[in-house]
Design a protein around this ligand. Structure first.
Ligand SMILES: C[S@@+](CC[C@H](N)C(=O)[O-])C[C@H]1O[C@@H](n2cnc3c(N)ncnc32)[C@H](O)[C@@H]1O
Length: 258
């Protein structure tokens, strides 16, 4: 708990939670976490956040306000089991197309099965790739979204510059991530919940507390709202701003490729 946030996203490259790892070592550890939890990921999200993640994700999609146009293309990076992509497609009246990109095949497999069950498989596709090296041509997408994903990516400036590259001019960037709580009482409650309850819940539901220890530690290491906004601007985005949700437990950063 005494560990401090990094002041720039550069410092995230070698931090696996509170543990410093060698250059190039973080991604493999992150991949193990998500391979291990994929089948229980959605249940754990509800348990860990008391269902709040659903409201934050809804708010993100409301902010995007996807038009009801069949040529509207969204890339949801670190999209995991598809929560954001499904909301975007539903909110566009099943008109928009969403590509879920994730480095982890286990998370994507759960996403594919969920899409089929909801009969959304015609509007959503799934691509296994790294956020740092997107397999798309320049200017392909109208919007780029990433929810609770960016802090897991080792080279954040590189992922942001890839986001900028694949967006059209006039394209929208939205990033939802856990952030810095700005209310003193809430801060203490949140610390107690994160460092005591979440790893225990993780052990009860998935049989292993370690992945959840990583998740809470990685949240505390991630740059605060202002520092992260600076990193987004450095990638080339304009009109960068953020909105705090639930006292800053989560924050939505947005910007435009102009
Ligand atoms: C906490 S989950 C978020 C999933 C989903 N966006 C959500 O909000 O429910 C983080 C995801 O980031 C993915 N991830 C981690 N590193 C990545 C990378 N370098 N490129 C793409 N995805 C990555 C993980 O595989 C995992 O599915």
């Amino acid at each position: 708990m005494s560990e401090t946030r990094v002041s720039s996203a550069d410092g995230m490259e070698t931090s696996y939670g509170f543990t410093e790892v060698e250059q190039g070592g973080k991604q493999g550890l992150v991949d193990e976490v998500f391979h291990g939890v994929a089948r229980r990921y959605d249940i754990m999200n509800d348990a860990m956040s008391g269902g709040m993640h659903r409201l934050w994700k809804d708010a993100m999609v409301t902010a995007l306000n996807p038009p009801k146009r069949p040529d509207y293309a969204v890339l949801d990076v670190a999209g995991g089991t598809g929560d954001i992509a499904f909301r975007i497609v539903e909110s566009s009246g099943r008109q928009a197309h969403a590509t879920v990109l994730d480095i982890n095949g286990s998370m994507l497999q759960v996403g594919r099965e969920r899409a089929e069950k909801r009969r959304l498989d015609g509007c959503v596709d799934f691509v296994e790739a790294n956020a740092e090296d997107l397999p798309f041509e320049n200017g392909r997408f109208d919007a780029y979204t990433i929810a609770f994903g960016i802090r897991n990516v080792p080279d954040i400036p590189r992922a942001l510059s890839e986001a900028y590259r694949v967006l059209k001019r006039g394209g929208r960037f939205l990033c939802l991530e856990f952030s810095e709580v700005d209310a003193p009482m809430l801060d203490r409650l949140y610390d107690a919940w994160s460092f005591n309850a979440i790893p225990r819940l993780g052990r009860m539901i998935t049989g292993d507390s370690e992945p959840y220890q990583y998740l809470v530690e990685s949240i505390r290491k991630f740059p605060n709202q202002k520092d992260f906004a600076t990193t987004i601007e450095q990638a080339g985005f304009s009109r960068v701003k953020w909105t705090n949700y639930t006292g800053g437990i989560a924050a939505l950063h947005s910007g435009w490729k102009l």
